[in-house]
Design a protein around this ligand. Sequence first.
Ligand SMILES: Nc1ncnc2c1ncn2[C@@H]1O[C@H](COP(=O)(O)OP(=O)(O)OP(=O)(O)O)[C@@H](O)[C@H]1O
Ligand code: SF4
Ligand SMILES: [Mg+2]
Length: 341
Amino acid sequence: MNGRRILLEVNDLKKHFPVRGGGLGRRAMGRVKAVDGVSFRIFEGETLGLVGESGCGKTTLGRCVVRGISATSGAVLYHGSDGQAVDFLKLDGRDLRRRRQEIQMIFQDPHSSLDPRMSVYDIIAEPLRVNGPGTGRGIDERVKYLAGVVSLNISHLMRYPHAFSGGQRQRIGIARALATNPRLVVADEPVSALDVSVRAQVLNLLEDLQEEFSLTYLFVSHDLSVVKHIADRVAVMYVGRIVEISETDRIFDGPKHPYTEALLSAVPRPDPRSRMKRIVLEGDVPNPADPPSGCHFHPRCRYARDICRERAPALREVEPGHLAACHFAGDLELRGVSAIR
Ligand SMILES: Nc1ncnc2c1ncn2[C@@H]1O[C@H](COP(=O)(O)OP(=O)(O)OP(=O)(O)O)[C@@H](O)[C@H]1O
Ligand code: SF4
Ligand SMILES: [Mg+2]
């Protein structure tokens, strides 16, 4: 990590999707609170891992941050290299086009995120044509340079995405994301759809690129072993909220939130004896249109007491740099990965 300069500050971000009824008019019947009051910071040069079970709101949060979808409320303060902080969500016109280049996204499924009717060359060139001042020659050089950076064969650039393997397609997606020289990259499960055999290669590539281009990553994944490997800090999300955030080692060795403890206990380990101690999370992630009262985790929490049903715990600093949203954080003796092992 290059120091502790803040690059991005997300403040009380919410994304509520309207649930529409059938029939004429399709009136809004309720709201899916996919992201419901999320605040965190990303420091320049770090990788912040974002974990949580399916449906917790990770993708929605990532897409709001890059403005792939519009947030319902909240702010995303972006600290530019010129030292100015701007609310990225409020920008428009030229300011938005300029800042958009600095905040890019890599998607989970490299198949559906690449336009099948465009050549790989055009896929990588598109953001340069849309945003950049680049001319034909400048674009040509840059596309070839980017292909080299992600180890794509330059003689294959006129081919279409279907001609490439999953791992190569993800390299195309990465080259496209890097085209405009971003500072922050939101990577949404960038290796989850890939064969296990190529996952490590793509992860290593992302790490090398981070170093080479001084990138900052918000790295979304439900795979804790990947996050342990790649992240400097980890944020744990549950039903639209961050329930714990700290440095990676502290999350893994000494979790402060029962949900994190349960997630960690499910990380596969080679030793069969350790599997006995898995904390089984009963039931599914609750429906964010109708979440449980108080602490959203209470119906599944082995430590829940009466207050948990009544009052929502705030995300508070339990130890310096370690925040958790649990009424009993700091009092509970929770097991990390080393203890479970
Ligand atoms: N366009 C939408 N309209 C209504 N609800 C949505 C929409 N997009 C997402 N949701 C809901 O918001 C919640 C969060 O979804 P999201 O895709 O952000 O979760 P996730 O953590 O990325 O899950 P996964 O690990 O499966 O990718 C889910 O309940 C989902 O059904
Ligand atoms: S507040 Fe209560 S229900 Fe929520 S995680 Fe803590 S102990 Fe469990
Ligand atoms: Mg997702």
